[in-house]
Design a protein around this ligand. Structure first.
Ligand SMILES: [Zn+2]
Length: 272
């Protein structure tokens, strides 16, 4: 795979050096901007990236009707766990514990904050998210060992081998039909960032594109570029019918080298 990609970029690599030094994953504090959904897709400001934030581009990249690999949520014994909660930081509590099982053999421990009062309520809330998690391809769930589920309207998060959910915000995402797109973004942090965000091939692709797909990627390139970009690679590959021709052309013109990286490294290399 990598070999093919090197060949594709061979003519571009010479003379190129990276200036980006990605931060360690532990410093990742993924936040989605803007915090309120905007119906404005294009930025419309000269010399700015074409989009503000890519999770808002289309609610139909994944929808509830797409197949899900989620199978069953099993109650397990509650034990003490360290969790991150955007309202309080790192906390050590005894959450309601479950094990979510998926048809591809992957398992996620779901840790639900005891503020949800009973294990039955916790189970009901967790089940509102797991179908969407199961819609993510296996390689996006591969490094997701745990889910943290809290109340609150704080942003979701990725990294830490985890998906962070704040239920108040989650209900907004469900209402806006972008829950699946948010998970595409956050699971990219969790499962793809460590191997790809600082890879020389990705950085080379960034440099040759010489622009960012969104303000959020441009303003946080060492943390958000892949998470902002990968969902659009996925959309162009599998769901291009939900994007307008104008959006498709804009993506292709803005990040052609990153699209090529996605196609060769994540997909079948057959092009878009
Ligand atoms: Zn992010």
């Amino acid at each position: 795979m990598k070999h093919i990609f090197f060949i594709l970029l061979f003519g571009l690599v010479l003379g190129c050096s990276s200036e980006i030094t990605p931060k360690p994953e532990s410093t990742s504090t993924p936040k989605i901007e803007p915090s309120t959904i905007s119906t404005v897709v294009f930025n419309n400001i000269k010399n700015e990236p074409p989009f503000v934030g890519t999770v808002f581009l289309s609610p139909d990249i994944l929808t509830y009707s797409d197949p899900s690999s989620f199978e069953i949520l099993v109650k397990i014994n509650d034990e003490q766990r360290e969790m991150y909660d955007r309202r309080y930081g790192w906390i050590n509590i005894k959450p309601f514990l479950f094990q979510a099982e998926f048809s591809d053999g992957l398992i996620i421990e779901v840790q639900v904050n005891p503020e949800f009062e009973t294990k039955e309520i916790a189970e009901d809330i967790a089940l509102q998210y797991l179908s969407a998690v199961g819609q993510l391809p296996t390689y996006l769930r591969e490094d997701v060992d745990t889910i943290w589920l809290h109340k609150g309207f704080e942003n979701f998060g990725g990294g830490n081998n985890n998906l962070l959910i704040h239920h108040g915000k989650g209900l907004e995402y469900i209402e806006q039909e972008i829950l699946e797109e948010i998970f595409l973004h956050e699971a990219t942090h969790t499962s793809l960032d460590s191997d790809h965000l600082s890879s020389s091939e990705w950085i080379t692709a960034q440099e040759y594109d010489d622009q960012y797909i969104s303000n959020y990627a441009r303003d946080n390139p060492e943390r958000e570029d892949l998470a902002e970009t990968f969902p659009l690679c996925f959309a162009l590959k599998y769901k291009s019918s939900v994007l307008s021709e104008e959006v498709i052309q804009t993506i292709k013109e803005t990040i052609p080298n990153r699209l090529k990286y996605c196609d060769v490294v994540f997909f079948d290399g057959s092009g878009y």
